[in-house]
Design a protein around this ligand. Structure first.
Ligand SMILES: Cc1cc2nc3c(=O)[nH]c(=O)nc-3n(C[C@H](O)[C@H](O)[C@H](O)COP(=O)(O)OP(=O)(O)OC[C@H]3O[C@@H](n4cnc5c(N)ncnc54)[C@H](O)[C@@H]3O)c2cc1C
Length: 456
């Protein structure tokens, strides 16, 4: 069955997902969010035989439906873009899924595994009943109680903008990467893309290929070629264990950005420049209505080049160490093409004179956890504090988060192992807990998700 068939089948059956359990019902676990992280954890909970629900404020895969542009492609190859226990047997293992294909994959996974997802059910408040230590989840459809909660509500679905955004003229349209859809959806005129990691690089390419005038404010972001020595770079990263090495921390305390890697083919600052994107240094601020940029473009290009060389050397070492047969490296035109850099460098830009009408902020994301009302769980920035998904509050977990521990964490390539680990922790807590007589509202058995799906 192809992805579009899967999508329409999923659409037909999605209304049969679980209805809301009784107000006040008590569950072993509640998972918040039905992206790949929440669905992966739910799958592991089903396998462990634990009574749970997945509460999703919108629809399955909401972030992918509403926060990705039309031409978006996944970065991992199709054969790597798998939910737990799934395999890929299609005709295009080295291809890259579109946004809609990926949403179809998530819906299909939920239906096929009969996961108890309750869509259109936002968790408005997560608190804890101090008397019995149960978590209380407030939703518009009632309150649920659970011994365990896994927050899988996403750590990359709230855009971050630098302070300079507030100082820009009201005549400029400002949007975030998550609101960008297509070149045609933007007003006429030049566009400034701020940030040159994955989103910024890919969006700048989408725009220049549509014939738009594009300025790109660059940053210190690494780069990887799409293909190297006969294989996709992600296949090498996975095979060699490079996906499992720790990531660097930035001076700000944040994890470094992921390197720019084009979906389908390599994108570099040089290749964007050769295509006509006007490259600038880092955006430093706004002075008298003019945008100002650091004189660090050459440093940013060098940083990306060095990152690419480093990853290629590591793959060479891996191939040599294991004596694998692999084709010799061939030059990637996107990495060797001569850039057409502004000379002298552009250090300030007048929006009116340069015909600028739109600014797209590709300056990173965080998660929105403002509804979590639990002590000792969020840091000063309102972001999760945890050790590999396990928090200091017994019974509370986060799934799907980026981690300095590895490049795999925070991508769907990490969910099978993460879900198993979290659910095993929950299972052990349940089995080691002293047995208590059930409370009044616990006595009535909940229908199984199978019954709910069939009754739907
Ligand atoms: C532009 C971009 C491209 C990316 N490309 C890739 C890629 O190719 N491969 C890859 O592996 N990763 C990629 N990532 C990273 C990562 O996969 C995404 O951030 C991903 O969405 C994380 O999955 P998740 O399930 O943790 O969160 P999400 O997909 O954001 O899912 C969270 C869900 O929780 C729901 N939710 C939020 N708050 C509540 C609430 N209070 N109550 C109920 N529900 C709630 C949301 O509606 C959403 O459906 C990309 C990220 C970005 C920004």
């Amino acid at each position: 069955m192809n992805a579009i068939d899967r999508m329409s089948r999923a659409k037909r059956s999605i209304s049969t997902l679980a209805p809301m359990v009784a107000d006040g019902a008590m569950l072993d676990a509640v998972v918040i969010g039905a992206g790949w992280a929440g669905l992966g954890v739910s799958h592991a909970l089903v396998r462990a035989g634990l009574r749970h629900r997945v509460l999703e404020r919108d629809r399955i895969g909401a972030t992918w439906r509403t926060q990705r542009w039309d031409a978006f492609r996944m970065n991992s190859t199709k054969i790597q873009t798998l939910m737990p226990d799934d395999t890929y047997d299609g005709p295009d293992p080295d291809g890259f899924m579109t946004r809609d294909e990926f949403v179809a994959l998530l819906e299909d996974f939920a239906i096929r595994n009969r996961l108890p997802v309750e869509t259109n059910t936002p968790v408005l408040k997560l608190a804890r009943d101090e008397e019995d230590s149960l978590f209380c989840l407030t939703t518009p459809r009632g309150t649920l109680r659970a011994g365990h909660v896994v927050i899988a509500s996403g750590s990359q679905n709230r855009a971050r903008r630098p302070a300079a955004a507030a100082a820009l003229s009201a005549n400029l349209l400002q949007i975030d990467a998550c609101d960008y859809r297509s070149p045609a959806a933007l007003p006429k005129g030049a566009i400034l893309v701020v940030g040159s990691a994955q989103s910024g690089g890919q969006i700048a390419q989408d725009l220049i290929e549509a014939g738009r005038t594009v300025f790109l404010a660059t940053a210190r972001a690494g780069r990887m070629p799409r293909q190297y020595r006969g294989k996709d770079i992600f296949v090498w990263l996975e095979q060699s264990g490079l996906f499992d090495v720790p990531r660097q921390m930035e001076p700000s305390g944040r994890i470094e950005s992921r390197p720019l890697v084009g979906a389908i083919r390599t994108i570099s600052l040089q290749s964007l420049s050769a295509q006509g994107v006007v490259l600038l240094g880092r955006l430093t601020g706004v002075e008298d209505g003019r945008l100002t940029f650091a004189d660090d473009l050459q440093d940013n290009i060098r940083f990306a080049d060095e990152a690419s060389v480093k990853v290629k050397r590591k793959i060479d070492d891996y191939i040599a160490r294991h004596g694998f047969e692999a084709p010799a490296a061939i030059e990637d035109p996107a990495e060797t093409v001569a850039p057409r850099l502004p000379d002298p460098p552009i250090l300030s830009l007048d929006p009116g004179q340069s015909g600028l009408t739109t600014v797209i902020w590709c300056t990173g994301f965080t998660g929105d956890f403002s509804w979590v009302r639990l002590p000792g769980v969020l840091d000063g920035r309102g972001q999760p504090m945890h050790q590999e998904g396990i928090t200091a509050l017994p019974g509370l977990y986060f799934a799907g988060l980026e981690s300095p521990r590895s490049r795999r964490a925070g991508t769907m390539l990490g969910i099978a192992e993460e879900a198993r680990r979290i659910v095993e922790h929950i299972r052990q807590r349940i089995h080691s807990a002293p047995t208590k007589p059930p409370r009044r509202d616990e006595r009535q058995p909940l229908p199984t998700s199978k019954q709910l799906v069939e009754a739907g």
